[in-house]
Design a protein around this ligand. Structure first.
Ligand code: AMP
Length: 419
């Protein structure tokens, strides 16, 4: 143990568990890549103002959870608490929106929020996200949701539920907002929540406290205030999802913790995770580009939490296959054999065979134990006498059978056996 440990609310990814994180990132991104989404990577920090404007000044993320810093040059920066604002900023900066639309992008990375740590909630966590910029088309909303569902399915997750709602748009939300404010002002709420009513009343619906939720029965719902355009749009999304065999639950209270959503809004939840049940979420954010100084650019996107997806796999008892398990474990006996066998090892790897070596000059018995523990199918043992005879012993670690093969053709023979 060193004097140091990982900071509060963070944890290290270590083998073998780290393999699941890689597999989840791969499983989430594979459907996106097949659907024409290109990879984008943005800096780990941005100007504070981008998130203040892009995520929303009244959100918990901006008011309480950002890691901010002032550089020696006086710039106010924040570690990124989410991906959408940065990705949109990058796309606008590179003028991608002047090309063919929609611009479809995916990303994967670390995000930082100064939250109270608990199971499934960390200060450093990992997301894979996708954004489709510059098109208003219910098929695009449906596409993204379907791609997330396909990712969950490919991982073998069965118990992810999709909650779906529409938050309306600039035409119908103002009247709804006013009706909601009227209702909320009549409730018995604390000072901070009263302030929130004036800044972003929809977020009060998202308040998790029992005392607040109880008073919200009978609150006006966006669903009943959607304009014709938004209602028709939402209906089309629902129809496309149903046609794709994607089940969803209409959740008229779903607002999510970020300010920028319009129309389609959704969340993926998993009931095996306790309080932190959201494994991902997203929606349409038609006004966000203008909020950060860009042109009108109706867009839709989501982010899936990698940490919580791994927890969901564990909750369901799903075990993922080990990626590139060791096929061959090479065991040299004696100095000369060591050099020769190391050459064979390199050749094997270059030929695409996953192979490892008994390093550290341990005895044969110890080395064979390591071969067993490595999970390899074959041990390749080379002693002085084998060397003199130009052979190497190939041992099948499953059956225990062992036979000499010519050193010169060992790589080809092993490849043939493995294929
Ligand atoms: P959000 O950007 O808040 O919509 O989050 C998208 C997803 O990221 C959530 O559904 C979670 O799966 C994950 N996530 C958000 N915050 C955290 C956190 N503090 N720790 C772990 N995962 C998180």
């Amino acid at each position: 143990m060193s004097t140091f440990s990982a900071p509060k609310g963070t944890y290290d990814l270590i083998p073998p568990d780290s393999a699941d994180f890689l597999a989840v990132r791969e499983a989430i991104s594979a459907p996106l890549r097949r659907a024409g989404y290109g990879y984008v990577e943005t800096p780990g920090f941005e100007q504070v103002e981008l998130f203040a404007r892009g995520v929303g000044a009244s959100t918990d993320i901006v008011t309480k959870e950002m890691y901010t810093l002032t550089t020696k040059g006086g710039d106010e920066l924040a570690l990124r608490p989410e991906g959408t604002a940065s990705v949109l900023r990058a796309a606008l900066q590179a003028n991608l929106h002047r090309g063919a639309l929609p611009v479809k992008l995916w990303y994967s990375g670390s995000y930082y929020r100064y939250e109270r740590p608990q199971a499934g909630r960390y200060r450093h966590f990992s997301q894979v996200g996708a954004e489709a910029l510059g098109a208003e088309d219910p098929a695009l909303d449906a596409e993204l949701i379907i791609l997330a569902v396909d990712a969950h399915r490919s991982l073998g997750l069965r118990n992810v539920r999709l909650l779906l709602n529409s938050l309306g748009d600039a035409a119908c939300r103002p009247a709804y907002r006013a009706a909601l404010q009227d209702f909320l002002r009549g409730l018995d709420l604390d000072e901070a929540t009263r302030e929130r009513i004036e800044i972003n009343p929809l977020r009060v619906l998202d308040d998790k406290r029992e005392a607040v939720q109880r008073q919200l029965t009978g609150a006006p719902l966006m669903r009943d205030h959607l304009c014709e355009g938004c209602a028709a749009y939402h209906e089309q999304v629902r129809t496309l999802l149903t046609a794709a065999g994607v089940a969803f639950e209409d959740d008229a209270r779903l607002v999510r913790g970020l300010d920028y959503y319009t129309r389609t809004t959704f969340e993926f939840v998993h009931d095996g995770l306790g309080a932190q049940s959201a494994v991902g979420g997203g929606g349409r954010y038609d006004g966000l580009s203008e909020m950060i100084g860009g042109p009108a650019l109706p867009s839709v996107g989501w982010a899936l939490g990698v940490d919580r997806t791994v927890l969901a796999l564990r909750a369901e008892g799903v075990t993922l296959p080990t990626p590139s398990p060791t096929d061959v474990y090479a065991v040299p006996v004696g100095e000369e054999a060591r050099g020769v066998l190391f050459g064979v090892l390199t050749e094997l790897r270059r030929a695409g065979v996953a192979a490892d070596f008994a390093y550290g000059g341990r005895g044969l018995k110890n080395a064979m134990k390591s071969a067993g523990r490595s999970g390899a199918r074959y041990a390749l043992v080379l002693g002085e006498r084998d060397l003199a005879e130009g052979v190497v012993q190939l041992k099948d670690l499953h059956s225990g059978e062992q036979a000499p093969v010519a050193l010169s053709s060992a790589v080809a023979e092993i490849r043939a056996k493995l294929s």
